[in-house]
Design a protein around this ligand. Sequence first.
Ligand SMILES: [Cu+2]
Length: 141
Amino acid sequence: MKHPLIAAFLLIVPLLLPGGARCDEKPKEGTVYRATIDTDEVQRVEMVGGSYFYKPDHVIVKVNVPVALTIRKESGIVPHNFVLKAPEAGINLDLSLEDDPQTVRFTPTKTGSYPFYCDKKFLFFPSHRKEGMEGTLEVIP
Ligand SMILES: [Cu+2]
């Protein structure tokens, strides 16, 4: 028979699983968003991150046109972030997502496909990125 402490631990672990109750919010398939250039020459993108997704998770923008990315976190206690490291394209983003939207600005200087992801990880569980919290910024001519 199991030690009572182990039994208690096994009971508690599911309660601590990040986002367990919110899995249904994850889109079944990826979503693509193709940015348009506003009259002020800015490409505006809105995004939500949560357990374990970004929506949209495939964003298409034009090269050498400023991007204003407004991103927020789905409600809940699980922390998430947004990491996009593409120094070759002039992009270096690493921000903690908040419930309130925040806007970051950057200008992609090189065409290509660049991954973004959440690098949060809870104890011995797989990283959020491994759980599917990643996407692609596609920079087109
Ligand atoms: Cu995350």
